[in-house]
Design a protein around this ligand. Sequence first.
Ligand SMILES: Cc1cc2nc3c(=O)[nH]c(=O)nc-3n(C[C@H](O)[C@H](O)[C@H](O)COP(=O)(O)O)c2cc1C
Length: 210
Amino acid sequence: MSTVLVITSSALGAASVSNQLVRDAVAQLRSQNSALKVITRDLGNDPIPHLNSDSAAALRGAAPANDAQGAAAELSKKLIAEIEDADTLVIGAPMYNFGIPSILKTWFDYVLRAGLTFRYTEAGPVGLLHGKCAIVIESRGGWYSDGPAKSMDAQEPHLRALLGFIGIADVTFIRAERLAFGADVRQQSIDAARKELGRVIRPDQYFRAA
Ligand SMILES: Cc1cc2nc3c(=O)[nH]c(=O)nc-3n(C[C@H](O)[C@H](O)[C@H](O)COP(=O)(O)O)c2cc1C
């Protein structure tokens, strides 16, 4: 059986474009594999706590000195186990102020752990999560694929670096851009992203052999 870990991070709930496209991606994956197991983390709707001195201490590997540190260590363990169980990650990542939502960054803060998801070697850091791929759906009000705002895209390079750092280098980015350019352009962009999802989701890439 194949397992997909779905991470969404929009604050816009039912109005979210990335949430909708993530649902479309999961439906397409399911249509190709009815036995698909789906684990869902809706960070926008059900946020995990941002870091504080207790969670930061726990994530750096200190033995828990109080309940808060114990809870943070447990949450980190659980979030990492969810990735380890998955073959494919589907991540919904809106652009907020040129980057990713802080709650998605927080999720990465809990899962990038030295000795667990990456390790340092003499040749530099090495990711420890092997054999996984990711589909990342990016929603943006503006246009960053090319043109004057391209250099301001701190979303896609950051996501590529974060995932690559833990060993997930096989990442397909789907961009829904120009969502703030009027209703027609917005709809065209959503339709194009949906079509692109249909093109990239193939059984040979996203499913573990039974
Ligand atoms: C707090 C906030 C900051 C935003 N910052 C940007 C931005 O820097 N660039 C951009 O193109 N769009 C920006 N947008 C627009 C969102 O990227 C756009 O609304 C997108 O649809 C959000 O994804 P979602 O619909 O999945 O929530 C911002 C929206 C919000 C709510």
